[in-house]
Design a binder for this molecule. Structure first.
Ligand SMILES: Cc1cc2nc3c(=O)[nH]c(=O)nc-3n(C[C@H](O)[C@H](O)[C@H](O)COP(=O)(O)OP(=O)(O)OC[C@H]3O[C@@H](n4cnc5c(N)ncnc54)[C@H](O)[C@@H]3O)c2cc1C
Length: 506
């Protein structure tokens, strides 16, 4: 059996980025994912390469700093990290992000004054002085009242101003994760999806044995490694428990939900950022011709919460939306679909949803030498997480090989000038691109292909309108008979309707 330097458990953005950075630093790596890469929380986010402004909420009111000084320091640290990671990612992979104008309405009787908001933005800019500008502007109330994009906001007479800035949106997170996985593979990592880790065990010689169930072969497989990085997101403690080493709990799951609607044309391409009446961040974000808004958050473990949004959560989000834009008066029947994910938050005593720390844990002192876990990992800080993992593991274990150039670019399919195209509701898709992904990117089913290798599964109808066409296009590449391709398309449609609460008939 091969001996790897590091077995990485979990192929979400944290595991993928860690594997990619580790292999570039000279470590031999195996990456193991129970489902498809990016099929966990990484595939259920709000897709923001966010500035991190809302972290400064921990400083509001100022008395909070005295009451929870540690939270305040952590919040500023995270805001700084978000700003810097944002600039670095936008500059290095511009193909995978897009700028979105965001509006932040400020009310006379609201929880944040215009002055505090502008102070917050100035601080953010100082945290990353040479970074990608946030392009902050204040729209005066009289001008805001005449701006058609802002006409739906509540109480225009009570506005003290609307702050406009540029945030960035990932287009789309799953592909960024898949890029990192296959960049790692190109640099020599072994990457396996549909391979759930069932147990971790420490061997007498100090190495680790990871047991995996191979869903393709229906058989157990074992991987030996000198170190383990548990990057299983909200499932991190479940994996740790399988080692029976009494490793302490480090994660607190927090379910977050978004709903999708079609808004009037004035909303096209723009977003809004506000607070719920309970004081939590609330975003309205464009996605093609649609918008999603949320999140509704509540503490939860991943297996209990599932990945579907409850009726309560949908109604809560509609109420918050209608509070902000009362004249639109959205109804339950306006919701086209919804999604939920469970954030892997760092457990913190006394905080039901954990803390916002983004960090690597080294369990050497808990009797588990060379066992590490990551909690609080975010999309927007995934590159610095990868570097942090290399530094943390590097303090305990040198790499067995020499370093290689880090591969961080977007992996685009070869040019397909002569390819036939499939007509989807959100644009055309090259048939050859689909076949290429099936042949080269470990696709097992249509969800892997349509949501995580190409983005056709995130179109207006979540790909249900083209599932049969896609299945028959990739039939040969996947080794499916005509009947199997049709059954796979039907399965895709059925699970999409169920997971995303997609109401429309196909
Ligand atoms: C509603 C919502 C909105 C969000 N919006 C944003 C945002 O706008 N910007 C941002 O930066 N962040 C956002 N986040 C946070 C972000 O999505 C997550 O923190 C991040 O995706 C976590 O990545 P991860 O790799 O740590 O976890 P995951 O993506 O969950 O990856 C962990 C992986 O481990 C796998 N795994 C579990 N058990 C096993 C096992 N036994 N064997 C093998 N593999 C296993 C899982 O299948 C999963 O793929 C949002 C989260 C939510 C819920």
């Amino acid at each position: 059996m091969d001996l790897f330097d590091v077995a990485v458990v979990g192929g979400g953005i944290t595991g993928a980025s860690s594997a990619n950075h580790l292999v570039a630093a000279g470590y031999s790596v195996v990456l193991l994912e129970q489902g498809d890469f990016a099929s966990g929380t990484t595939g259920r986010t709000s897709r923001l390469q966010y500035s991190g402004l809302s972290y400064l909420g921990a400083l509001q009111p100022l008395s909070q700093i005295a009451r929870h000084p540690f939270n305040a320091v952590e919040a500023v640290g995270l805001a700084r990290r978000s700003m810097r990671d944002r600039s670095a990612f936008i500059r290095s992979v511009p193909e995978r992000v897009r700028p979105v104008p965001f509006f932040l309405p400020i009310y006379r009787d609201g929880p944040v004054s215009l002055r505090s908001m502008m102070l917050g933005f100035r601080l953010m800019e100082r945290l990353d002085p040479d970074g990608v500008p946030l392009s902050v502007e204040v729209i005066e109330p009289s001008k805001a009242r005449r701006d058609p994009r802002l006409q739906w906001l509540r109480d225009p007479d009570r506005l003290t101003g609307v702050v406009q800035c540029i945030e960035h949106q990932f287009d789309w997170p799953e592909r960024i994760c898949v890029d990192a996985v296959f960049n790692a593979a190109e640099n020599g990592a072994t990457v396996e999806n549909h391979s759930p880790v069932q147990a971790l065990a420490r061997q007498k010689d100090g190495t680790w044995l990871t047991t995996v169930w191979d869903k393709r072969q229906n058989a157990a497989r074992h991987y030996r490694s000198r170190a383990v990085l548990n990057a299983a997101g909200a499932w991190v403690d479940k994996i740790a428990a399988s080692s029976e080493l009494g490793i302490p709990k480090v994660n607190q799951g927090e379910k977050g939900s978004n709903v999708v609607v079609r808004l009037p044309p004035e909303f096209e391409g723009i977003g809004f950022e506000s607070l719920t009446r309970g004081g939590a961040p609330f975003y309205v974000i464009p996605w093609g011709k649609l918008h999603y808004f949320g999140p509704a958050n509540r503490p939860s473990e991943p297996d209990n919460a599932g990945y579907t949004v409850s009726e309560d959560e949908i109604l809560f989000l509609l109420e918050e939306f209608n509070f902000l834009f009362p004249s639109l008066d959205l109804q339950r029947s306006d919701v086209r679909y919804s999604w939920a994910g469970v954030r892997p938050r760092t457990a913190r005593r006394g905080f039901a949803s954990g803390g916002s720390a983004v960090r690597l844990h080294d369990f050497g002192r808990d009797g588990a030498a060379n066992y590490f876990a990551y909690t609080g990992g975010l999309l927007m800080t995934h590159r610095s997480a990868g570097r942090e993992v290399v530094a943390g593991i590097g303090r305990k274990l040198p790499p067995s090989g020499s370093s290689r150039p880090f591969l961080g670019s977007a992996r685009l399919p070869p040019t397909q000038a002569d390819s036939t195209t499939l007509r989807a509701s959100d644009g055309d898709v090259a048939a050859k691109g689909l076949v290429y992904a099936c042949q080269h990117e470990k696709v097992r089913d249509l969800a892997d292909l349509m949501r995580r290798r190409v983005s056709i599964g995130w179109g207006e109808h979540l790909g249900c309108d083209v599932a049969h066409q896609v299945a028959s296009t990739v039939r040969d590449a996947m080794g499916w008979s005509a009947g199997e391709a049709a059954a796979e398309a039907n399965r895709y449609i059925e699970t999409t309707q169920q997971q995303f609460g997609l109401c429309e008939a196909v």
